[in-house]
Design a binder for this molecule. Structure first.
Ligand SMILES: Cc1ncc(COP(=O)(O)O)c(C=O)c1O
Length: 339
């Protein structure tokens, strides 16, 4: 394998074309074969339900080169399950887990030369998409769907590894409604967040912290990550919001397990904004952001500062990335090897 030459430590989070992508069509009540292609475009009907009625969901996962030169994918079965959950909510047909995993593994194999070197802090990001392609005029679910996936090498989502960020509590809009589709990785949720995230960035922040849409009282999540707070003491506490309008982050789920393994108390419950003053550390977590320490949260109620990165955040980061890189024991069976 002749790896491509890229500036691995400074990749940023952008699309870079790789050799091959994969697509698969659901028609006549069944999934066709996986089609691998070097064409980076798709042709779909102009009247596809994805385009006007937003029948479109996606996923994000990463492949890492391990220290012994293998390629590890982190919990891809969870992404398959989350896509199936989202598809059920939006009346779509999702690829079965076996098809999803085959597409992931084969896509990584065929783009092996784009997998960043072990220890570079970069990864091969995989972006699966699922959308309705039936041409329909009335608001009805499609009968045909496309599942496709591309791969692109990426660095950290925010600046650099463990570099702290500043957030603004969003008081002028909400991301998603309770009993809505905030718990689905639906394309429209991200369109809905662009204005507030853009305004916050314009004002010098890295992202926003959304509040619940019913009372604007509880913390939901940022535009692209879950949130957690740490209380240090005799026994450390990992505290993360429970809400039906946030995405069930696979990173956060893993961190709750790791925190428990490390002997911390894990609290998965509604977190009122007033509690921001009770945390010693705070973080944003997700596949793209990994664990990004939060140094400051600015709200109309006050400004809250945190040690960033604090010792607990660092420990969680080391354990999570150690498992992903194959240098720490994968006691929970999270890593899926491509070969
Ligand atoms: C809104 C939102 N929340 C949370 C996450 C983190 O989820 P995960 O850890 O599964 O990547 C993401 C990214 O996927 C996201 O877009």
């Amino acid at each position: 394998m002749d790896r491509v030459i890229l500036d691995w430590p400074n990749l940023g989070f952008h699309v870079r074309e790789t050799d091959i992508n994969v697509r698969c069509h659901y028609q006549g009540g069944e999934w066709g074969p996986l089609e691998f292609s070097d064409n980076h475009n798709l042709t779909i009907p102009m009247a596809a339900t994805a385009l006007h009625y937003g029948q479109s969901i996606f996923e994000g996962l990463k492949a890492f080169e391990t220290v012994d030169g293998r390629v590890a994918i982190f919990r891809p079965d969870e992404n398959a399950a989350r896509m199936q959950y989202g598809a059920r909510k939006l009346l779509m047909e999702a690829p079965p887990t076996s098809l999803f995993l085959e597409a992931v593994s084969e896509l990584v194999r065929q783009n092996r030369r784009f997998v960043p070197p072990a220890g570079s802090g970069a990864a091969l990001y995989l972006r699966p998409l699922l959308f309705g392609t039936s041409p329909l005029l009335g608001v009805r679910p499609a009968k045909e769907f496309t599942f496709c996936m591309f791969a692109t090498p990426v660095g950290p989502y925010f600046r650099s590894v463990l570099s702290p960020i500043r957030l603004r509590v969003e008081r002028e809009s909400h991301r998603a409604a309770p009993l809505g589709i905030g718990d689905v990785k639906a394309a429209g949720n991200y369109a809905a967040s662009m204005r507030s995230v853009g305004a916050a960035k314009h004002a010098g922040f890295d992202n926003v912290l959304y509040l619940d849409a019913r009372e604007s009282r509880y913390i939901d999540e940022t535009g692209a990550t879950n949130f957690f707070g740490i209380q240090s003491g005799d026994q450390h506490r990992y505290i993360t919001p429970r809400s039906n309008s946030i995405l069930a982050s696979i990173t956060n789920k893993s961190l709750m397990t790791i925190a428990d393994d490390l002997g911390y108390l894990v609290e998965h419950r509604p977190i009122a904004v007033d509690e921001l003053s009770s945390f010693d550390e705070a973080g944003a977590c997700g596949t793209a952001a990994v664990i990004t320490p939060i140094q400051e949260i600015v709200d109309s109620s006050g400004t809250y500062g945190y040690v960033a990165p604090g010792p607990v955040t660092r420990k969680l980061y080391d354990r999570l990335t150690g498992i992903q890189a194959g240098v720490m024991e994968d006691t929970h069976g999270w890593v899926h090897y491509v070969d």
